[in-house]
Structure formats: C-alpha cells, structure tokens
Ligand binder design. Structure first.
Ligand code: ADP
Ligand code: ASP
Ligand code: MG
Length: 447
C-alpha cells in the first residue's frame, strides 16, 4: 500500500478564501489522501451564541448572527468560484440552520442532541467551500467531498461523544479507495450515533477526528495544520520568548495537551499512539517553517521541555471527620466522578480531606455536587489556574522544587501535584498570577 497521509486544517486555516487556497496548496503538496477541516474561524462560537440567543427568545440577535454567518460564507464562496452547485448547497445548509434555530426559538429550549446538530453546520459548510478551493488548486485531482458522519460512529453522548473504534475502522476500510488521483475532503469534529443523529467530539475536537481517521485507515502520518509553526515551549500568546520544539514524545505532548496547550485537543494522541502514527504539527501560514514531530522515540529528553497553562480551574475539597483511619472514602468520591464522567486532574489528600481540581464548568452540574455533599462537607474555590511543567524524569527533583519556588517568588501556590508521572509537575495558582507564573518559570527553565 502506498503512503497514506491524513491531514487536518483548523479554523484559522479556514479563515477566508486566501487561507483556504493556501491550505489546499499544502494538502496537494503533502499528497494528503484524507483532509479534514474545521469550521471557519469563529463560526463554532457564533453557532453556540446563536443557540443561546434562540433559547433566550432574542430573535433579533439570532437574525444578526445568521446574517453574519451567511455573508461570511458567501463571501468566501464568491471569491473562490462561480460554481452554482456549491452555492446551492451552502444556501440550503444555511436555510436548514435557520429553520432549526427558529424551532429552538419557538420552543425556548435546546437539547444537547439539537445543539450538536446546530454546531455541526460550521464544519459542514466550511468543507463545501474547502472542496471548491481544492478543485481550483488541483484541477487534475478527483476531489471527493464526503460526510464524516457516515464513518465516524460514536455513542450518543451529545457534546462529547465517544468514538466506536471498531466501527470507524470497518467504515474506513469499506469507504476509502486510495489512489494518487483521489483527494477525500471531510469534516472534523462531527460524527453520528446508532440512530444516525449528529454528534460532536467536544470543542477543539477536529484534531481528535483526524487522529481517529488516521487510526481507521492505518495512516503513515497525521498532519495537523494550524496558525503557529508547531508546538512551542509554551503558548506564544502568553510568552513571546516561547521557542519551537522540533521533536517531542507522545507522552510529553499528551501531557501538554491534557494540561491546557490548546494547540492539540487532549485526546488527539491516543489513537495515534495506538497505531504508532507519527504526528506533524505545522503552520498553514508558513508551511515551509519547521514544525513539530510527535513520535514514540525522540533523541533528546530534557528535564523541562515545556510549560502549559489551564485556566478556569476550581478546587473541590471534600472533608469528613469519618475519614480518620477509615477506608472506602476515596472510593466513594471517585465513584461519583466516574458516574458523571468527570475527569480528575490533580488530587491531594490529608487524614480527613481530599482536594481535587476540576474545570469550573463542572460546578454547573448540581447533581454531581449534591452527591459529593452526601459523602462529606464540600468546599469550592474558583478562580484558579493550573500550571504544568512538562518534561522527563520529573520524579528526581533534587534542586528542582527550590528553583521553581525561587523563580516564582511571592506567588501563592494553592496546591502542588507531583509523583504520579515522570512527565509533569503541577502547581495551582490564582488566575491573576497565571500568565506571570508561566513567564517566570519559562525564563528560569527554558530561557
Ligand atoms: P486551530 O484553529 O488550528 O485548531 P487552535 O487555536 O486550536 O488552532 O490552536 C492553536 C493555538 O494554540 C495557537 O495559536 C497558540 O496560541 C495556542 N497554543 C497553546 N499552547 C501552545 C504551545 N505550547 N505551542 C504552540 N501553540 C500553543
Ligand atoms: N470547530 C470546532 C471548535 O471550534 C472544532 C475544532 O475546530 O476543532 O471547537
Ligand atoms: Mg484546535
């Protein structure tokens, strides 16, 4: 079998017709067999806002958003092509979107299932436009626009669906016929459940989609094209001295993604690791600039490779005097987390209490909090940021902790987590100190 390449272009690479043409050129140069695209930049946010306004009964606001979405997509289309079929497809999709939104407005409510259907429009429209950009860029190729929902099968957890790996593999084998003349174009982020209802993989999930397709077709390489030239030692938007990382292990990159480096969706690397598929992250704006290779074996393994930041963290402290010399308390707490499928990032315990960090959004789940309150007294603190130092051999800390604390000076560290993995050292600080802490740690450990 020839070398199979799966690539994904994010929202910033779909920003306007020029970005689309630039991305199409890369897809062609890279001989990409399957290319998945995100919604155009900012569109998924607009679709969420649209739902919110419809539920709140503000039809004027809905009309304004629908108008901007329509104008933006037709603007891209008209700059790309006079193909009337594509125009009709875009018009029909946006009309369908309007009908759905009107239904939500009239009902004054929106189920998670309906939400997924609405937000899927972003990727569905952008992929039609991108297919046109591909046809212009590669006239001698056969551009096959497909609906990812027919292949990426998931469960029915709307908003954060879980993929059915076996079925995806089976569908991939049945559908794709790789040939140098064929380019398949599909949508990231979206899938469908057993009843053919639309599902999504969670915000930023197009990276994950691409990795699932790469796993499904046993690709030789997965390429993620974004607005920066690969993974840097920290978010370049926070720290201007962030340095490019040209090679990084799956383990380190997974920790970075898990602890907030937005450049990769947290679960992207799981399918890639299962099939040992190397992942390349590059810039669609400067494709010749060296990006990052993520793979199982890398040459250098620095103690501190990068610093990640995850904002909007809450700290839950569950306390019970009964825990003294007792067992089973932790089990009960984790059972509640499992029941509500809430992931635990950092945990510390004392004789009578357990402190756990969660995303602040978790606090909206009243049933979850109520069940924890049945186990013990729950104290909630919000407004925190989790800072993670990511690297190798972090369990050998002689001198490390001193350097960390010396460099961050007066910053109050509310919680420390170390010991579970050799790849990270986590600090929980106040949100207001987050960026400054990243900059100080970066200066101390990376320069
Ligand atoms: P896309 O729309 O292509 O999916 P995202 O906005 O999701 O792009 O991810 C790219 C952004 O991730 C960059 O613009 C950058 O600000 C941010 N980012 C966070 N941490 C890092 C990091 N360590 N290295 C590079 N970029 C990072
Ligand atoms: N469009 C979706 C989002 O903005 C998925 C993605 O871009 O990865 O979350
Ligand atoms: Mg992204």
């Amino acid at each position: 079998m020839s070398r199979v390449v799966v690539s994904k272009f994010g929202g910033s690479s779909m920003k306007d017709h020029e970005a689309m043409l630039r991305s199409a050129k890369i897809s062609l140069e890279q001989k990409s067999d399957i290319t998945l695209v995100s919604a155009t930049y900012g569109t998924t946010d607009k679709l969420h806002l649209l739902i919110e306004n419809a539920v709140n009964g503000d039809w004027n606001a809905c009309e304004k958003i629908l108008f901007t979405i329509r104008e933006h997509h037709f603007d891209i289309l008209n700059n790309l092509t006079k193909n009337t079929l594509a125009g009709e497809q875009v018009r029909e999709l946006i009309n369908n979107l309007e009908t759905l939104i009107r239904g939500i407005f009239l009902l004054g409510e929106c189920s998670n299932k309906a939400k997924d259907r609405v937000v899927s429009f972003g990727e569905r429209v952008s992929s039609i436009l991108f297919a046109e950009a591909m046809k212009i860029t590669c006239p001698d190729r056969s551009i096959q626009l497909f609906d990812s929902r027919t292949i990426l099968k998931t469960d029915s957890t709307y908003g954060k669906a879980k993929p059915n790996i076996e079925l995806i593999r089976k569908n991939c084998l049945a559908f794709f016929k790789f040939d140098a003349r064929n380019s398949y174009i599909g949508q990231g982020y979206i899938g469908s459940d057993n009843e053919e209802s639309t599902t999504t993989l969670g915000r930023g999930g197009s990276d994950y989609s691409a990795a699932l397709f790469a796993e499904g077709v046993r690709a030789h390489v997965l390429e993620i094209w974004t607005d920066v030239a690969g993974i840097a030692t920290t978010d370049p938007r926070i720290c201007s001295s962030a340095k490019p990382i040209h090679e990084i292990s799956y383990d380190e990159a997974s920790e970075m993604a898990q602890y907030g480096a937005k450049i990769l969706h947290p679960t992207t690397l799981v399918p890639a690791m299962r099939e040992n598929i190397p992942v390349y992250v590059g810039s669609s704006y400067a494709s010749k600039e060296k990006g990052t290779w993520i793979k199982s074996k890398v040459e250098s393994k620095p103690k501190i490779r990068a610093i990640a930041k995850r904002s909007n963290q809450a700290l839950l402290t569950i306390r019970t005097p009964k825990m003294f010399n007792a067992y089973g308390f932790m089990g009960k707490i984790f059972e509640v987390f499992t029941k509500y499928e809430i992931s635990v990032d950092c945990v510390t315990t004392s004789e009578i209490s357990v402190a756990i960090t969660v995303d602040e959004a978790t606090l909206k789940n009243e049933h979850f909090l109520h069940e924890l309150q049945n186990i013990g007294e729950v104290v909630t603190e919000i407004g925190h940021t989790l800072i993670s130092l990511i690297g190798n051999q972090m369990l050998e800390t002689s001198g490390l902790a001193k350097r960390i604390f010396d460099s961050i000076g007066e910053v109050n560290v509310r919680m420390l987590c170390l010991g579970a993995s050799p790849y990270n050292f986590n600090l929980l600080v106040n949100e207001k100190d987050g960026d400054a802490t990243v900059i100080k740690l970066h200066k101390e450990f990376i320069g």
